[in-house]
Design a protein around this ligand. Structure first.
Ligand SMILES: [Zn+2]
Length: 159
């Protein structure tokens, strides 16, 4: 990426966010953030990490109604998102209808394991919230239904 390309892109993007600085008026840190992290379209500030605004993105799924339906799991996801530093590594809830081609691949003591296609793909390390093509993922269906929330959270912490 050359300076001219960045300048033009900054001009274009900064108009949409109402920023009236020119690229060469930005501090070194602001330049770095613009180039690598992009801009948050909610608060109109530069993101704090790759495609991630630590003010607007944690808990977005709750505001948009994409919840797990389980308050404890939602709280766990929200807290993990508060600690996230990029879209790429943020924990998210995937609803069942975003998975396809579910096939059993194994059985363990505590879980049955399936392969599935995650239709949305995984978040990319980028300055915009972009995703990969659909990818194959492993699904675990936990057998311990007595305390499914605790079992789920322990599984996630282990990985
Ligand atoms: Zn924001």
């Amino acid at each position: 990426m050359n300076e001219d390309g960045d300048s033009n892109r900054f001009l274009k993007e900064s108009k949409t966010i109402g920023c009236y600085k020119k690229l060469d008026e930005l501090s070194r840190d602001e330049k770095y953030r613009f180039k690598n992290y992009g801009i948050c379209h909610d608060c109109k500030q530069m993101n704090t990490g790759h495609a991630w605004c630590n003010k607007c993105d944690p808990g977005r799924f709750l505001r948009e109604g994409n919840t797990s339906g389980n308050a404890e799991i939602d709280k766990f996801l929200h807290e993990a998102q508060l600690r996230a530093t990029s879209y790429y590594e943020s924990l998210e809830w995937i609803s069942f209808d975003r998975l396809a081609d579910i096939k059993p691949i194994g059985e363990g003591g505590f879980a049955n394991v399936y392969s599935a296609t995650w239709l949305d793909g995984k978040p990319e390390l980028n300055r915009k919230k972009e995703r990969s093509a659909p990818i194959t993922v492993a699904l675990k269906k936990l057998k311990n239904l007595n305390n499914i929330t605790e079992a789920f959270i322990n599984e996630v912490i282990e990985h």
